[in-house]
Design a protein around this ligand. Structure first.
Ligand code: NCC
Length: 276
């Protein structure tokens, strides 16, 4: 099997990965009394297009990066899970347009998802590892964490805040792109929030800058820029096929290796800007 070039890889992802979110007319949700809490339309129909977008990983290497101003200069910024801006503005900026969270964050006690102000800024998007079949009924009865219970509670408390749930099919389409472009067999676990958020922004933006997904010269074992905890698996992956995800992003990068080295910065073209 021959290795695809960067542009070929970009085309594969554009053509074979659809960012899809749950809508109120989808089964089995359409039959539930709370269906109207789900958005009537897809996220890609509701927001954007944006000119420039920043994807801010949560990596420890963002610490002392001084990238805050550069990040905030983008038209839209996506952050992940419990990553804060308050107190870290110099390094990560303060603008949050989208926050992508996994279902663990929504459900675990220590994140205070329902009451913390961290989650009230911007558009929320959440995901939970669905079955490989991506059957919604099967998933609904067997989510990793109680994403739907928490979603309903959150919507009752914050009915005005836009809040989408990613269709599990999107995660597995993305996983398949990783597997088909790697020689090794990779674990059948969904890609990280970081890669999912990157592809989401490629669907909404003309150009996407990803920060510290590919580590810069500041590369560190520090897991997150906002916590003292250290573990190399945060950067290299354990549950998520993170190393393979990073390899794929490196191959699609339109920016320079120097940008990676100094800024941990990758430049990706939005899907709307190229034809395949
Ligand atoms: O750590 P996490 O990810 O919240 O980070 C968000 C995204 O940033 C990229 N990242 C992070 C740290 C690092 N050193 N290098 C990186 O490249 C990754 O792309 C990552 O996706 C997740 O993907 O949802 C994840 O969530 C955490 C955890 O659930 C949340 O932070 C909430 O506490 C997972 N950690 C554990 O389960 C212990 C992590 O595996 C994946």
């Amino acid at each position: 099997r021959s290795k695809l070039s960067g542009p070929e890889l970009l085309c594969q992802i554009k053509n074979m990965v659809q960012i899809a979110t749950l809508t109120q007319d989808m089964e089995p949700f359409s039959g539930f009394p709370w269906a109207s809490q789900l958005p009537p339309r897809q996220i890609t129909a509701d927001i954007g297009p944006f000119k420039t977008c920043a994807v801010v990983s949560s990596a420890g290497s963002l610490k002392n990066s001084g990238l805050g101003k550069e990040i905030d200069a983008h038209d839209a910024v996506i952050r992940f899970n419990a990553a804060p801006t308050t107190g870290f503005e110099k390094d990560v900026g303060s603008k949050t347009t989208v926050r992508l969270i996994n279902s663990q964050v929504m459900a675990s006690e220590d994140h205070h998802f329902l009451s913390s102000s961290l989650y009230s800024a911007g558009i929320l998007v959440s995901w939970d590892p669905g079955p490989f079949s991506s059957d919604l009924g099967e998933w609904f009865n067997k989510t990793d964490y109680p994403i739907f219970k928490q979603y309903q509670r959150y919507r009752r408390l914050h009915p005005q805040q836009p809040f989408y749930i990613v269709h599990p099919r999107t995660e597995w389409q993305l996983w398949q792109r990783i597997q088909d472009n790697m020689v090794e067999t990779i674990q059948k676990n969904p890609p990280s929030s970081g890669l999912l958020g990157t592809v989401l922004m490629m669907s909404l933006c003309e150009v996407v800058h990803v920060y510290e997904f590919l580590p810069s010269r500041r590369k560190t074992e520090l897991c997150h820029y906002y916590q003292r905890f250290s573990d190399a698996a945060c950067t290299l992956g354990a549950y998520h096929p993170l190393l393979y995800e990073k390899n794929l992003v490196k191959r699609m990068n339109k920016g320079s290796d120097h940008d990676i080295y100094t800024h941990g910065k990758v430049t990706l073209p939005g899907f709307m800007t190229f034809d395949c």
